[in-house]
Design a protein around this ligand. Structure first.
Ligand SMILES: Nc1ncnc2c1ncn2[C@@H]1O[C@H](COP(=O)(O)OP(=O)(O)OP(=O)(O)O)[C@@H](O)[C@H]1O
Ligand code: SF4
Ligand SMILES: [Mg+2]
Length: 329
């Protein structure tokens, strides 16, 4: 977890929406609400963990924040400045980047490691001559624990952990301030995951980086995150600091997600009133009325089918979207 974190916002998103038009017939289409009215702030030097089941919209949040997708609605504010014009976005691209889940599919197999790492430098014209480009690549390789002999090789010659190091070196090439880490260790063996997560932590300390760290495995985000946001069907259902989400989750969905995580302390486990998560996540094309979680929630009542719960601050810094949060906790 970052000790460098400040209380100054670096990335603020307000009422962010990303809808995809899905063809439902020859002349008909329907919006798939992948991200639906999401707001949060990430402070400078902080790691915000973003968790939720497959398909809930985590990657779409990451890509929309980075402006790789144009938001359907809502605002992205970076370092106090609303991103609006093409020039704003071009400037933002020099400071923000992404590390992807599968290091193999995100790295071009026909490019050498050197070219993979230097590509962002090429795009942003960040060197004066070939000599400097080479020098920068070697520095980046050594930063992530690889060496000059690796530069001329191809990504497929490396192990999963090494490929993710190449992915990290590539992300660091532009000297970013903000990195969206989209399940960067999910494809790796458990034994390697901790090493790679430690590497993210070390770079954060050393370079003062700010992360949005996406995972569906809660154990992965726990140690690296200052705060954690839980997402369900395109919406945030809970947001609070990392320890609280483990020890004292308030939303029924977060409680259920926690049930899947082995907690070392059985007292905390009991306090959490652990409940298994049953049923499938509904399709975002046919989301339930009212509360998106109501089809799987054991506390659902009539109001839950009629009215969308507001995402509100129920304790200091602890946000929950549930009509019955006070009653059931
Ligand atoms: N480019 C796209 N076009 C159409 N639908 C999309 C597109 N990208 C994502 N979706 C849909 O949006 C929803 C959210 O997808 P997203 O990839 O953001 O979820 P996720 O939480 O990252 O899932 P995972 O854990 O599997 O990576 C899904 O229903 C997905 O099918
Ligand atoms: S609003 Fe209702 S359905 Fe939704 S989580 Fe709360 S109790 Fe469950
Ligand atoms: Mg994803």
């Amino acid at each position: 977890m970052s000790d460098n974190k400040t209380n100054t916002p670096l990335v603020e998103i307000k009422n962010l929406k990303k809808y995809f038009d899905i063809n439902t017939g020859m002349f008909t289409s329907k919006p798939l609400k992948a991200v639906d009215d999401v707001s949060f702030t990430i402070n400078k030097g902080e790691t915000l963990g973003l968790v939720g089941e497959s398909g809930c919209g985590k990657s779409t949040v990451g890509r929309t924040i980075l402006q790789l997708y144009k938001p359907t609605a809502g605002e992205v504010i970076y370092d106090g400045k609303l991103l609006k014009s093409k020039a704003d976005i071009a400037e933002y691209r020099k400071k923000s980047t992404m590390v992807f889940q599968d290091p193999y599919s995100s790295l071009n197999p026909r490019m050498t490691v050197s070219d993979i790492i230097a590509e962002p430098l090429d795009i942003h014209k960040m060197y004066k001559n070939e000599e400097e480009r080479k020098e920068k690549v070697l520095q980046l390789l050594s930063k992530v624990g690889l060496n000059s002999e690796h530069a001329a090789r191809y990504a497929h010659e490396f192990s999963g952990g090494q490929r993710q190091r190449i992915g990290i070196a590539r992300a660091l090439a532009i000297n970013p301030e903000f990195i969206v880490c989209d399940e960067p260790v999910s494809a790796l063996d458990v034994s390697i995951q901790a090493q790679v997560i430690n590497m993210f932590s070390e770079f954060q300390q050393e370079l003062g980086l700010t992360y949005l760290f996406i995972a569906h495995d809660l154990l992965v985000v726990r140690h690296i995150s200052n705060r954690i946001a839980v997402m369900y069907l395109g919406k945030l259902v809970e947001l609070t600091d990392a320890a609280t989400i483990y020890e004292h989750p308030l939303h029924p969905y977060s409680k259920a997600l926690m049930s899947a995580v082995p907690l070392p302390d059985p007292k905390i486990a009991r306090l959490n009133n652990r409940i298994p998560l049953s049923g499938d996540i509904p399709s975002p094309l046919n989301a339930p009325s009212g509360c998106p979680f109501r089809t799987r929630c054991e506390y659902a009542c009539e109001r839950c089918a009629e009215e969308m719960p507001e995402f509100r601050e129920v304790e200091k810094g602890h946000f929950v979207a549930c009509h019955r949060v006070e009653e059931i906790n």
